[in-house]
Write a protein that binds this ligand. Structure first.
Ligand code: Z2T
Length: 890
């Protein structure tokens, strides 16, 4: 610890009767106070953002009360804590969530009347905290909400990036990336803790086995209180900022080298400057590894320091702390915990290993090979020499421990193939003998030739395999340190393997995904630790994703159920099912959807200038842009739809089902194809939306800068949502759950959590299409010729190539990626699924004509998917992995 608590003593505590949510100033007075003294806005310049700031600070004070009480209570009770280590927390806005979780919605609404404002409008003054890329980061944020709501003692640990996920703009029909300076207006939701600082070292060397870092930075804590839903519990998200050890190197400064003097500061700033904007692809940059180690080291030091305040013996750490690693990003924790225990706290290697493997658990979020982190030994050894040494030791112990198993496996394989081989060898010998006899009859010359052949054949006969070599070869497949398959000679640390070996539990994020990681990614580890592998199907918080983003639908649900308990206990939603049969209820359900569509139409106009009607079906496809997620396939289907509409007679057009198709999502800045997919969607929109013949029959909108706040607006307005990844590629998906809960129907593949949504909702209520995961490998081998493709598909791509949507040269690569054997060769099988996708689209149009049946299904969706509350997910983690208990304040 760098600095200790400031040496001041607080006056004895007064008896606190405030319940943690009602400080001395009432809501109205506190807003007024903040407006005048903290924000310094007088009546003349009380701009909306200033009102937001005042309200936020007023809520902040109430949060701090709840926070202090919870944390003090937990300290006293000393229950086991879960520490959720994550490089990403995609929090979005905080105000609405905090006010409502604290159950202060009514009071704030009332107080704001004085300013002629409502909470909903004031809330838009807040910038999103976008410290995450997509699903993985948002999942971490939902988990924090559920942990606090279930009174589970737990903290999140992460990085306080000064720039979050980039802001997406559109310029000249292309995505542009703008910096996201989210701290611009200050951040009322964080509490800086200058008294909580830890040193984090990098580089340097090992001297007499001791690590002497070549560079040091200081990690300083910022706490973000996480209020539980209508509970006294307020959890914590602790984010680390990096400081230079001394702001200026005085020696260099005095020597006249000003730039060297600020160098340290610049380097420290660099660590927490920016979030890497890659969703499911790894960047492999040294700075990224630095970020990972930085936050992991600070978090582990912090936890150990707090543990040692109350306990002497670190052997008891597993009874008090569990570290859940959100993907492999924090996996260096395995080595860092070992280092801290051995080098800083004097434990033996074996004792340290026993503790580490009882404290650490790992969640896998993807099977995409390009996302599985593998750090070059060279990079690790340079940045973290001691950790590389420990990883080598962990690996060699691991390989030693399984040599017996691997040897037995090889022996069994040898024995199995032995009998087979002997049979073959005997048959071959027979054959050779017969050949010799036959040759002998033909004379000397033929015999000589045959003898030559026989001796060659005998020489080529399979030698009994060398067992030692086979064992060595097989052991390599288990090794944490492996040779790079592309760059021979370069050794890599497979972080997922390190995570599996160092963890006591490993889980996937949906049923199908948890099976795939067992069969395709870690099969050899399953042999050794079958009990280690688990499933924890993802979930979403119903507070943010239904109650608060869709208050109109929520009010209707509450009225129907006669209680709002469903916000806490999502299984109660099932009681909505009978209401699907009630025509009057359906009419009101439709009315709410209509209202939400109107709000989205307004946003579309604001952001894109397109005027869209609220009458058509709202068809939504929002998520990070990726080839595997197949926004491209949707785009091709829309080209076809456009073509069909163009070819229709006016009478036919009058019968067509109109659609507004909304896309949203960011392409990683360096993801070449993803950016072209965005451009294609924009171009299709440009052509279709301005075609007077088409009018309201089809609008194709790309809504820029899809983020948490946009999602809160978009999802409630959806009538159909698309989750159409190639089977086996999407680990889970979580927006599918949000859409389902908001009564949007799903068109999707049998992938990720779609499958479980189908099981809960009844597959007959989803529009499922496409090949299955277990067919993919074979289909990839048998990919067809372009000429064999569905004619609708070919014609649509022809339109792109011929320039119907402009810039044909620009789209050439994109078209080639699904039509050219040598340039991608349709890896994600768009061609295979296109026809069944179109069938599903036709079925959607058909059902939409029947509004009563459509609405009935919509209600069934909401009623059927309470299972996907993150409260359920977190309850399972708590019981089946973490072993942490709810610890509510009395
Ligand atoms: C991410 O959002 C996801 C997986 C990643 O693998 C990385 C990121 Cl940034 C390294 C997503 C999955 O793609 C998605 O299917 C899943 O629902 C989500 O994580 C949460 O588990």
């Amino acid at each position: 610890k760098v600095r200790s608590m400031l040496d001041i003593s607080f006056p004895p505590k007064e008896e606190d009767t405030s319940n943690g949510v009602a400080p001395k100033l009432g809501v109205e007075a506190s807003i007024e106070h903040e407006l005048k003294y903290r924000v310094s806005a007088n009546n003349t310049d009380a701009r909306p953002v200033k009102l937001y700031q005042s309200v936020a600070w007023s809520v902040h004070d109430r949060l701090v009360d709840a926070f202090d009480q919870t944390q003090a209570y937990w300290k006293e009770k000393d229950p086991k804590h879960i520490y959720y280590l994550s490089a990403e927390f995609l929090m979005g806005r905080t105000l609405t969530n905090a006010v409502n979780n604290l159950d202060l919605g009514g009071e704030y609404a009332e107080a704001l009347k004085k300013y002629g404002a409502d909470l909903e409008t004031v809330a838009t003054g807040e910038l999103d905290a976008a410290l995450g890329n997509g699903g993985l980061g948002r999942l971490a944020a939902c988990f924090l909400d559920s942990m606090a709501s279930l009174d589970l003692p737990g903290w999140g640990y992460g990085i306080r990036y000064r720039y979050g996920m980039f802001k997406q703009g559109v310029k000249d029909g292309l995505q542009v990336e703008l910096p996201d300076y989210w701290l611009d207006n200050g951040n009322p939701w964080e509490i800086r803790r200058p008294e909580t600082q830890f040193k984090v070292g990098f580089y340097g060397s090992l001297e007499d086995g001791k690590w002497v870092p070549g560079e040091e930075v200081i990690a300083e804590a910022y706490d973000v209180p996480i209020p539980g839903y209508k509970t006294k519990t307020c959890g914590n998200l602790r984010l680390w900022d990096a400081l230079a050890p001394e702001e200026f190197d005085l020696e260099a400064f005095n020597a006249g080298d000003y730039s060297k003097a600020v160098e340290q500061k610049r380097r420290a700033d660099g660590i927490t400057a920016v979030l890497y904007p890659n969703d499911a692809t790894e960047e492999g940059k040294e700075l990224r590894l630095k970020q990972q180690f930085f936050f992991v080291s600070a978090s582990l030091q912090d936890t150990i320091a707090r543990y040692l305040e109350q306990h002497k013996d670190l052997a008891g750490l597993p009874d008090k702390a569990c570290f859940q690693m959100n993907d492999t990003h924090p996996t260096i924790a395995v080595a860092e915990l070992m280092r801290l225990l051995i080098d800083e706290h004097g434990l033996s290697y074996d004792d340290a290993w026993a503790i580490t493997t009882k404290c650490v658990a790992y969640t896998n979020h993807t099977v995409m090979p390009e996302a599985l982190e593998k750090w070059p030994v060279r990079v690790l050894a340079k940045l973290l020499p001691r950790h590389m040494q420990l990883i080598e030791q962990i690996n060699s112990n691991w390989l030693d421990s399984i040599t017996g198993h691997v040897t037995a496996k090889v022996e069994a394989e040898l024995a199995a193939s032995d009998a087979e081989k002997q049979k073959k060898a005997a048959a071959a010998a027979e054959e050779r003998k017969a050949a010799l006899v036959a040759a002998e009859a033909k004379g000397e010359e033929a015999l000589a030739a045959a003898k030559k052949v026989v001796s060659e054949e005998e020489a080529a006969e399979e030698k009994p395999a060398d067992k030692a070599t086979l064992v060595e070869e097989k052991l390599k497949t288990y090794s944490i340190i492996q040779e790079n398959q592309w760059t021979k000679g370069e050794m890599l640390v497979n972080m997922a393997y390190l995570a599996v070996v160092g963890s006591f539990a490993v889980n996937g994020v949906a049923a199908i995904h948890s099976e795939i990681i067992k069969t395709d990614i870690f099969p050899h580890f399953v042999e050794i630790f079958p009990e280690r592998f688990q499933n924890k199907t993802n979930g979403v918080t119903l507070r943010r994703w239904l109650a608060y983003c869709n208050p109109e639908l929520s009010a209707l649900i509450t009225e129907a159920l006669g209680t709002d308990e469903w916000v806490r206990d999502a299984t109660l939603l099932a009681k909505l099912k009978p209401f699907a049969e009630d025509a009057a209820f359906r009419a009101r359900w439709r009315e709410v959807k209509q209202q939400k569509k109107k709000a989205l139409a307004e946003r579309i106009r604001e952001q894109t200038g397109y005027q869209v009607s609220t009458e058509p079906m709202y068809d939504i496809h929002v998520k990070r842009i990726h080839e595997y997620k197949r926004q491209y396939m949707n785009a091709i289907s829309l080209i076809h739809r456009y073509k069909v509409l163009k070819e229709m007679t006016p009478e036919q057009r009058a019968k067509a089902v109109p659609r507004v198709v909304v896309f949203g999502g960011k392409a990683a800045s360096a993801y070449y194809m993803a950016k072209k997919i965005v451009a294609l969607i924009l171009s299709i929109g440009e052509t279709v939306n301005n075609d007077p013949e088409i009018g309201d029959l089809l609008k194709v909108v790309f809504l820029p800068n899809y983020n948490v706040s946009e999602a809160e607006l978009i999802i409630p307005a959806a009538e159909i949502s698309q989750h159409i990844s190639t089977a086996g590629t999407e680990a889970s998906g979580t927006s599918n759950m949000k859409f389902a809960l908001n009564g949007a129907l799903i068109i999707g593949t049998l992938d990720g959590a779609n499958i479980e949504i189908g099981e809960n909702t009844g597959f007959e209520n989803l529009f499922i299409f496409g090949v299955k995961a277990d067919e993919i490998n074979k289909l990839r081998e048998d990919r067809k010729n372009f000429s064999d493709y569905d004619p609708r598909y070919t014609a649509a791509l022809q339109m792109v190539s011929s320039g119907v949507f402009g810039r044909p040269e620009y789209f050439e690569d994109l078209v080639a990626s699904i039509t050219d054997m040598n340039r991608g060769n349709d890896w994600f099988l768009l061609a295979n699924d296109f026809a069944s996708y179109m069938d599903a689209q036709d079925a959607i149009d058909e059902l939409y004509r029947d509004q009563e049946e459509w609405t009935r299904r919509s209600i069934i969706y909401t009623a059927s998917n309470g299972f996907f509350s993150s409260d359920r997910t977190i309850d399972q983690y708590a019981r089946e992995i973490w072993n942490v208990q709810p610890t509510p304040q009395p």
